[in-house]
Design a protein around this ligand. Structure first.
Ligand code: ADP
Ligand code: ADP
Length: 227
């Protein structure tokens, strides 16, 4: 479980990005942050792995205060997927995915085998594994981004608009496959989107934020649909 306890982020220029956020993201579930541009979604997400340091408050991973763990150790257990897949352009698909296991000390051979397995799980055709990222479509690049995050088998995944840069048909496909995969893997996922339909489709719970960084409501998709 991830727990925000009265978390506030004020940037050095004075912008109040997140204001006194209290929230729990349950283990094995998808929690979606949704709201208009600038409401503090990305800031909230990046405070979980301490890419951004809260101004005040605490974020707990189970019973551990994330401020008390070395960032490198914290991030080992937290996968991170962003909108532009952020792949290494000069490494092939399989090398991109194998990078993290190699950094974690796996042999190249094992890391490569694992990378190919994970790529298969996210539905990337095997014949694309030796291509470079620029030779893939946007949707395929996102699959590789998800695979790279999954390769270290982290219990927690942070996903920031991972499907927003692709066209609607591919997006719907990626969403469906993501739900299928999550059904098997049961990760603790925090997912950011500005798209309320995506939030309702993917979320076990939906945190609706409003500009000024405040939580407007925390609801189930069914509750959001019934209003
Ligand atoms: P969202 O992800 O919902 O679009 P962000 O978390 O990116 O929102 O931003 C929340 C607010 O903080 C916005 O007003 C944004 O302009 C501001 N902000 C984000 N990053 C910085 C920064 N490094 N310095 C100052 N203000 C920032
Ligand atoms: P999408 O509709 O998913 O964005 P694209 O139109 O970008 O797909 O690509 C369609 C197909 O062409 C994909 O199978 C992709 O692998 C292939 N492709 C795209 N760019 C290149 C490239 N530079 N070299 C080789 N194949 C490519």
């Amino acid at each position: 479980m991830i727990r925000f306890e009265s978390v506030t982020k004020r940037y050095p220029d004075g912008t109040l990005a997140v204001d006194s956020l209290d929230l729990q993201a349950p283990t094995g579930k998808i929690t979606v942050f949704v709201g208009p541009s600038g409401c503090g979604k990305t800031t909230s997400l990046r405070m979980i792995n301490r890419m951004i340091i809260p101004t005040s408050g605490r974020i707990w991973l189970d019973d551990i205060d994330t401020a008390k763990i070395k960032p490198a150790k914290l991030r080992r257990g937290i996968g991170y997927v962003i909108q532009q897949a952020g792949l290494f352009p000069h490494r092939t698909v399989v090398e991109n995915v194998a990078t993290v296991p190699v950094l974690l000390g796996e042999s190249r051979r094992d890391a490569r085998r694992r990378a190919l397995e994970v790529l298969d799980r996210v539905g990337l055709p095997a014949e694309l594994s030796e291509r470079y990222p620029a030779q893939l479509s946007g949707g395929q690049q996102q699959r590789v981004g998800v695979a790279r995050a999954l390769a270290a088998d982290p219990p927690v995944m942070l996903m920031d608009e991972p499907f927003s840069a692709v066209d609607p048909v591919v997006r719907a496909q990626l969403q469906d496959e993501f739900l299928r995969l999550q059904g098997e893997l049961g990760k603790t996922i925090v997912f950011v989107t500005h798209d309320i339909d995506e939030a309702i489709k993917l979320g076990d719970q939906v945190a609706v934020m409003r500009v000024g960084g405040r939580l407007a409501q925390l609801a189930s998709p069914a509750e959001l649909l019934s209003r």
